[in-house]
Write a protein that binds this ligand. Sequence first.
Ligand code: NDP
Length: 493
Amino acid sequence: MATGVVAAAQAAVRFPPPKLWIDGDWVEPEDGRVFVTENPATEEALCEVASAGAADVDRAVQSSRAALHGAWGSTSARERGRLLWKLADALEAQIDELALLETLDNGKPIFESRYVDVPGAIEALRYYAGWADKVTGSTLPVDGPFVLAYTLREPVGVVGAITPWNFPLIQAVWKIAPALACGNTVVHKPASYTPLTALRLAELAKEAGIPAGTLNVVPGTGSAAGAALVAHPQVAKVSFTGSTEVGRTIMRGAADTIKRVTLELGGKSPNIVFADADLDAAAKGAYTGIFYGKGEVCAAGSRLFVEAKVHDELMEKLVARTKRLTPADPLDPRTRLGALVSKAQRETVLHYIEEGKREGATVAWGGEPADIGGKGWFMQPTILDGVRNDMLVAREEIFGPVLAVIPFDQPDEAVELANASIYGLAAGVWTRDIGKAHDVARRLQAGTVWINQYNWYDSAAPFGGFKQSGFGRELGQEALAAYTEVKSVYVGR
Ligand code: NDP
């Protein structure tokens, strides 16, 4: 049984029934299968969730096709925008409950859910509500026997959205909002660890007046529900966020039906501190870059490159700050480091720390599981110093609160080391030299570069990866291209 503050929180939220959300209603999965979602901070069961199989996914796709060719397809662009705005209002009215659900399901601090994640989802919905009636084609200066040629931007069709567990609601909205703004319909498969806010979002979409079938939600395993969505011949596009490994599987699976694919994958992002930087700001940025979101952040600044002559000074500041970051109950509003999402995830993180030590890194801080009342998958914030860029902890994504510190001597060396990775999602640069900042930003192979800040996002700025961090962009005007087909129309004399 849950106790104290956790019990009070659980009593304050309404968990969804163990059913799928298809065609604007709760429906039983065909084979009656369910799974249990747990609170990673207490290891206790939160509720049962329905697990979709291929037949359920097909039912959801048929519902989304009907909406595409029916109620949603005939909704005007301006009305689509109005409905997305209403959905944002509905989220805002439920902001406390959504934040609680997210924290209970994921283990992230309530501070993050309440003041970053849910507000971020609301903002993205409003941003794309504004775009809905501004997705336009153009007239073309063609040569030939025509009086006119122009392009139309049309919806791609039924979109399969597959999302990870680290930012469940935000990741869902980053796909659903632009897809619906452009007139598509969506079948969403949330991550098995964190399906709850996605189900609540679908319910709220109905309350906001978005027609049945426009958004269906089919929780279930990646290998069953996810794979069925990728294989389905009537799904026109898959928008996936998750690991690079599963991204490869999705790309292969999409090949049979030549689906459009957008992949937002993993990262091993460099955060580069030059000797001329404001070191207090850089220490804070390095700390936020890796410890925000428990380090379970695709764009986490997990490789900290420090110019050797300021290494000791920066480390002193960084370790002093990190010592004050104590993992604690995610429901406590003062907590800034919650529980990792699962036992398996913590084991993975601990395995990487051991490998780092074996290869010669030293633990400047942390390195151990944290004991918070004997329960939950808590982990100390960890700084590994003396890392080389060819060590495992610098090459592979750990996806936890573990920072690898790598000293360098020359600016060119920093850029070379930063780019020596299969990933290219994000990067940070810390310097007071404006020319150097822009030069390094231009040379870094990354979809996002932050100068003298880290981990900042805005709905207007495209986000996505170079290299094996994926392709296609979410957010910004850029995302609209991912959810539309372009048609050229020639008008003869
Ligand atoms: P996974 O790749 O394991 O899973 C992501 C989603 O894919 C889940 O819904 C999962 O289902 C599903 N899935 C798993 N296997 C298949 C399959 N064969 N076919 C279709 N779907 C499948 O990632 P995690 O959930 O573990 O998330 C962490 C990863 O996501 C990290 O590598 C991180 O870098 C990346 N990420 C990238 C972001 C970006 O924007 N670039 C943002 C956030 C995370 P199930 O949960 O049931 O396994």
